[in-house]
Design a protein around this ligand. Structure first.
Ligand code: CAA
Ligand code: NAD
Length: 283
C-alpha cells in the first residue's frame, strides 16, 4: 500500500519528533493535539530543531522550507479523513488510547493503518477495540525521535502481514532500523530499560546514594549516555510509572513493583523535565 498522508496524534515530546521525521522523509504530515497550547509548543520545537540543523550545515534552507510546507497543525481529529497512516502518541493510558482509536476507526478511510507509539500497553487490546484489528500495529519510536535509530514494530495477534510489511517499509524510509517484536508487556525496550530505572529509584529511596551519584556510577562506570535518573526525568516520571504498572500487572511478578518514591513524585506533579522538576530541577 502506498502511504503519502500521515497524521500524528499528540504533539508532546514524542509526537512532535515523530511528525518531524515523517516530514523529513518527504511525507505530508498533520500534527494533532486536543490542546492548542501543546500544538504550539510542538510546532515551536520542530522549528527550533530545523533552524539548528540549518545553522549547523546539516540541512539547506530550501529543504527546511520544503519540510515546513509538508507539515500542518490541527486540533481537529476529523482531518484524519484522508490519511493513509495515523500514529497515536497521546498519554500512556489504555482508556484514552482506546477512545482515540475508536474515533479514528470512524474517521479514517477503510485502507488506513492505525499505529500506536505506546511504550508498553497491549496492542492486541487496542486492535480489538476497532473494526479493523488487522490494520492496527505498534510503531514504537525512541526519545529523542530525530536522533534515535530504533523503531520497535509490535505485532498484535490480529496484525496482518501486509500491515506489518507497510510499516516496516515506512520505518526504513524514515531511515530508522526496525526490529520486529511480539506483543508482550513492555515489548523488548521497556522490559529491559524500565526495571533498571526503577531499581535506580529504589537505590535513592533506600538512601544508598544521591541521584547525582547513582547517575555518575552508570555514566562513568557503564558508559551510558545519561544516568538512569536523568533518563527517567527525560522520559517523564508519569510515563515511567505507567510502564512499571503495565509490567507489574502484565507479568504478575513482584520484581516489577513500582518504587514508592516514583509514585510519590508523580503524585506531587514532579514529572521530570517536562514539568520543571523530577529527580533534578530544570529552569
Ligand atoms: N530532540 C531532538 N534532538 C536532540 C534532542 C532532543 N530532545 N536532544 C539532543 N538532540 C540532538 C542534538 O541536536 C545533537 O545533534 P546535533 O549535534 O546534530 O545538533 C545531538 O542530539 C547530540 O546532542 P547533545 O550534544 O546536546 O547531547 P548528547 O551528546 O548528550 O546527546 C542524547 C543527547 C542523544 C539525548 C543522549 O544523551 C542519549 O542518547 N541519551 C539516552 C537516550 C535514550 O536512552 N533514549 C531512549 C529512552 S527510552 C524510550 O524512548 C522508550 C520509551 O518507551 C520510554
Ligand atoms: P507527553 O505528555 O509529552 O505528550 C502527550 C500529548 O498528548 C500532550 O500534548 C497531550 O495534550 C496530548 N493528548 C492527550 N490526550 C489526547 C487526545 N485524546 N487527543 C489528542 N492529543 C491528546 O507524552 P510523550 O512523552 O510524548 O508520550 C506519548 C506516548 O509515547 C505515550 O504513549 C508514551 O508512553 C510513548 N513514549 C514515550 C517515550 C518517552 O520517552 N517519553 C518514548 C517512547 C514512547
Amino acid at each position: 500500500m502506498s502511504i503519502n498522508k500521515v497524521m500524528v496524534i499528540g504533539a508532546g515530546q514524542m509526537g512532535a519528533g515523530i511528525a518531524q521525521v515523517f516530514a523529513q522523509a518527504g511525507l505530508h504530515v498533520k500534527l494533532n493535539d486536543r490542546e492548542q497550547e501543546a500544538l504550539d509548543k510542538g510546532q515551536a520545537g520542530i522549528e527550533k530543531r530545523l533552524e539548528r540543523a540549518v545553522e549547523k550545515g546539516r540541512m539547506t534552507d530550501v529543504k527546511r522550507e520544503e519540510m515546513l510546507e509538508h507539515l500542518t497543525f490541527t486540533t481537529d481529529l476529523q482531518e484524519a479523513s484522508d490519511c493513509d497512516l495515523v500514529i497515536e502518541a497521546v498519554v500512556e493510558s489504555m482508556k484514552v488510547k482506546i477512545d482515540v482509536f475508536q474515533q479514528l476507526d470512524e474517521i479514517t478511510p477503510p485502507h488506513a493503518i492505525l499505529a500506536t507509539n505506546t511504550s508498553s500497553l497491549p496492542i492486541t487490546e487496542i486492535a480489538a477495540a476497532t473494526k479493523r484489528p488487522d490494520q492496527v500495529i505498534g510503531m514504537h519510536f525512541m526519545n529523542p525521535v530525530p536522533v534515535m535509530k530504533l523503531v520497535e514494530i509490535i505485532r498484535a495477534i490480529q496484525t496482518s502481514d501486509d500491515t506489518y510489511a507497510s510499516v516496516r517499509e515506512m520505518a526504513e524510509k524514515l531511515q530508522k532500523t526496525p526490529v520486529e517484536v511480539e506483543d508482550f508487556p513492555g515489548f523488548v525496550s521497556n522490559r529491559i530499560l524500565m526495571p533498571m530505572i526503577n531499581e535506580a529509584i529504589y537505590t535513592v529511596h533506600e538512601g544508598v546514594a544521591s541521584p547525582e551519584d547513582v547517575d555518575a556510577v552508570m555514566k562513568l562506570g557503564m558508559n551510558h549516555p545519561m544516568g538512569p535518573l536523568t533518563l527517567a526525568d527525560f522520559i517523564g516520571l508519569d510515563t515511567c510509572l505507567y510502564i512499571m504498572e503495565v509490567l507489574h500487572e502484565g507479568f504478575g511478578d513482584s520484581k516489577y513493583r513500582p518504587c514508592p518514591l516514583l509514585r510519590k513524585y508523580v503524585k506531587a506533579g514532579w514529572l521530570g523535565k517536562k514539568s520543571g522538576r523530577g529527580f533534578y530541577i530544570y529552569e
